[in-house]
Design a protein around this ligand. Structure first.
Ligand code: G6P
Length: 613
């Protein structure tokens, strides 16, 4: 999704901005641009496509000195919402005078009305964007005080924004503000970096300030002055980033996705470390801030999330009902607030989000808080909005996830959900011995994943047989059903093969009409309750000529006998098996996409962090 970088300090802005934009490329975008204030000129460059195109353009059009002499500026990667990905629609956008430039993440919902009013006053627009309307609106309020002009404009705006604004009339400062779209300020020695994502700041400093909604900051090289939209100063603490720049590099791998797949044993160890109590047979999750009594009183658990995080929530639903005898249900975050959910103070709402910034999940958190329920976040990004707004929850400790297709965050989410289920289970029906046994199962997850990663070569060879297909079906039962959904999502995201995940029993209620000779069916036929029925469903597909790739429990000859190809997973508890099985499907999707020559880390049309509804 769109990315923002701003720089003000001793150096030349263009190289710093370009480096920052590169760090944000993983979020997904389709055009890029930057505006530099140098001496008394405002210079803008924009390009469709990659940041490399913008760099080439700037290097070609601008004097070399611009890359060396001090300047400050703002830059953007745009993921098209209003208007197609053209140079005209790329940010920065200028106001009517051409003196003010703005970059913007989010959506101005009332932009049509605002645009109409401005047009009636004689404003002319060159793009289809809501952002250009905001630029003109700020310009129309500018009476010589940029901060006030931005405040006045933002009072008229409905929707979400993270913005950075510069004006030629007020050199030496950048105004930044947020509502709904994150803005982080990096505080370095004599320079300040503004970004929508801490990964663009890492190379400069670990000291950051996160803006809250409706904060507006006057940023100079040496100072950050934060106020609310009524010009009342607000105090925001400086936080320390806990990620390092090396973690955001590919470390010798061809793609971030495969690097992150292979990091999973370590990530899972980090997610689990210190959180299992083998004496009590429970989990230690201090971020939950709950006593066993609080847990015993929880009436229902509602899990909300989007995309891959929704799928981990579905596994969590099985785990919580199974281990803790507690009703649990998953709700799509995008539906949650619009359906006026029935939730109350004895309901625990778990908001699952890798980024902690997904607009729909954040809205669900706010709705659940409004209804007085007990809300927790399961986030990976420390200090993200959902983590801060929930105030309690559990971090995944998966480290920065750069690849758009989520892998390590998913398996860490599942591991954390299993620990929550264990903790809830112990507060309810689990005996100490049962708790200890399940805790041992959780402890074994990193090693199980290592065993699957050792099959990388085998899975790559199997992928050769499936890489030319246009369609694929993934089927599973019980906790393997959400894994089937996730397997299909991974494949379609990065290989553009049309892939569908179904409950194995549902296939015959419609989708089987599409099964014809050669169609791949990826069957999660692990040796768990219901396996026999899944094998029956596989026979139905085989009878219609499908090619079956079975994910089976190691040594299960009965299952192996019905498959065309197999990937064997070590034997373990059915809930634990979801993780190694998902890893096998991640490798399968990765190799298919690699063979097909797809752009794995930045698939078309997709964004890492979706901060719009
Ligand atoms: C986007 C990403 C997905 C992710 C989803 C939810 O669609 O491409 O990989 O699962 O957002 O993101 P979150 O950060 O809330 O987990």
């Amino acid at each position: 999704m769109c990315g923002i970088v701003g720089y003000i300090g001793k150096a030349a802005a263009p190289p710093v901005l370009i480096q920052g934009l590169r760090r944000l490329e993983y979020r997904g975008y389709d055009s890029a641009g930057m505006a530099i204030v140098e001496n008394d000129a405002l210079i803008v460059a924009r390009a469709v496509g990659k940041v490399a195109n913008l760099t080439d353009k700037a290097k070609h059009d601008w004097p070399a000195s611009r890359f060396h002499q001090p300047s400050y500026g703002i830059a953007h990667t745009r993921w098209a919402t209003h208007g197609s990905p053209t140079e005209n629609n790329a940010h920065p956008h200028l106001d009517a005078s051409g003196n003010i430039a703005i970059v913007h993440n989010g959506i101005i919902e009332n932009y049509r009305a605002l645009r109409g009013r401005l047009e009636a006053q004689g404003h002319r627009f060159f793009s289809d964007t809501d952002t250009e309307v905001l630029a003109h609106l700020i310009g129309s309020h500018d009476k010589g005080d940029l901060f006030q002009a931005v405040c006045d404009a933002l009072h008229q705006v409905e929707g979400t924004f993270g913005i950075a604004v510069v004006s030629l009339r007020e050199p030496g400062k950048i105004i930044a503000a947020r509502r709904g779209s994150p803005i982080v300020l990096g505080i370095a020695d004599g320079e300040t970096i503004i970004a929508s994502d801490a990964s663009a700041i890492l190379a400069h400093t670990q000291r950051v300030i996160y803006l809250d909604d409706n904060d507006i900051a006057i940023v100079t090289a040496n100072q950050v002055d934060i106020r609310d939209l009524h010009n009342v100063p607000v105090n925001r603490e400086i936080a320390q980033l806990e990620i390092d720049a090396a973690a955001a590099e590919k470390g010798g791998h061809a793609h971030f996705m495969i690097k992150e797949i292979f990091e999973q044993p370590d990530c899972l160890r980090n997610a689990i470390r210190g959180r299992l109590d083998f004496h009590l047979g429970s989990a230690v999750l201090s971020g939950m801030g709950t006593s066993p009594r609080d847990l015993a009183e929880i009436q229902r658990v509602v899990l909300v999330g989007c995309g891959t995080s929704l799928h981990s929530g579905l596994i969590g639903e099985y785990a919580i009902e199974d281990l803790a005898d507690t009703p649990a249900e998953v709700q799509q975050a995008a539906e949650f607030r619009y359906r006026n959910p029935i939730i109350g103070h004895r309901d625990l709402v778990l908001a699952i989000s890798q980024s902690g910034e997904t607009a729909d999940t954040l809205a669900a958190v706010r709705e659940a808080k409004q209804k007085g329920s007990f809300v927790m976040g399961l986030c990976n990004v420390v200090g993200s909005t959902i983590a801060r707004e929930t105030g309690r929850g559990i971090y995944l400790h998966a480290g920065p996830e750069i690849s758009v297709a989520s892998t390590k965050a998913f398996t860490c989410q599942v591991a954390v959900l299993l620990m929550i289920a264990l903790k809830l289970g112990r507060a309810r029906r689990f005996s100490r011995q049962e708790g200890i046994e399940f805790a041992r199962g959780i402890e074994s997850i990193p090693a199980l994943v290592e065993e699957v990663l050792a099959l990388d070569g085998t899975i790559a060879r199997i992928a050769e047989h499936y890489a030319t297909q246009q369609h694929a079906f993934f089927i599973g039962r019980g906790p393997m059903y959400p894994v089937a959904l996730e397997g299909a999502l991974k494949l379609k995201e990065i290989s553009y093969i049309h892939a569908e995940g179904y409950h194995a029993a549902e296939l015959k209620h419609g989708p089987i009409a599409l099964i014809e000779p050669g169609i791949p069916v990826i069957a999660l036929a692990n040796d768990i309750p219901g396996k026999d029925k899944t094998l029956g469903n596989i026979e139905e597909c085989k009878a219609r000529g499908a090619r079956i790739l079975g994910i089976i429990t190691r040594g299960d000859e009965e299952a192996a006998a019905v498959m065309d190809d197999i990937i064997e997973i070590p034997a373990c508890h059915p809930l634990i098996a979801t993780i190694p099985t998902a890893v096998a499907l991640q490798l399968f999707a990765y190799h298919i996409a690699r063979i097909r020559g797809c752009e794995i880390d930045q698939p078309r049309n997709l964004a890492k962090s979706v901060t719009v509804e």
